[in-house]
Design a protein around this ligand. Structure first.
Ligand SMILES: [Zn+2]
Ligand SMILES: [Zn+2]
Length: 169
């Protein structure tokens, strides 16, 4: 795996309170997402590193583009998203969520990779009130109504309806 996001933190580890800013733009292939939802658009990263007594905090954001389709009407969607990043790196990770500092280096790549994947919406919608397709005839309801009876009939109630009249009062 390419390591375009390795940051040397020797100075930060030496002096708590020291900060460092990292700005980078990385090709999507370098992340090896293996996820078709991530668009082939370079990911830009802007983070602020700060040396703490128990490690190095990394805070900032990454921008990535995802694509998919509306879960109701299947319209193709593509959107740029800003992913907030706020993580801790430790030489001997004691925090279960912390990333490891290896040989005085912080590798931002796996951290950005995980955060981008988590940020992609699971069931995207083209718009909040997308009506989707008619469950009966399959018409695209965003292009107009189809004329089907949209009243939902519970089969248990219709069975009772049928019994009516056959039973004596
Ligand atoms: Zn839709
Ligand atoms: Zn219909």
């Amino acid at each position: 795996m390419a390591t375009p996001l390795n940051v040397n933190v020797v100075e930060l580890l030496r002096w708590p309170g020291t900060t460092k800013d990292v700005l980078a733009t990385v090709e999507v292939e370098d992340f090896e997402f293996n996820d078709a939802r991530v668009s082939n658009v370079p990911i830009s990263i802007n983070v602020h590193l700060e040396s703490l007594s128990n490690g190095v905090s990394v805070a900032g954001a990454a921008t990535a583009t995802w694509h998919g389709e509306c879960r109701r009407c299947l319209t193709p969607l593509s959107q740029l998203m800003i992913v907030d990043l706020s993580e801790l790196y430790q030489q001997i990770p004691e925090d279960p969520d912390a990333y490891a500092i290896v040989n005085d280096q912080i590798n931002l790549l796996p951290m950005v990779r995980e955060n981008v994947l988590v940020a992609i919406p699971l069931g995207p919608l083209c718009r909040e009130d997308c009506p989707g397709f008619c469950p009966q005839c399959g018409a695209d309801l965003s292009e107009g109504t189809c004329g089907c009876d949209s009243a939902i009939v519970d089969p248990r109630w219709s069975a009772l309806e049928n019994l009516k009249g056959t039973l004596p009062d």
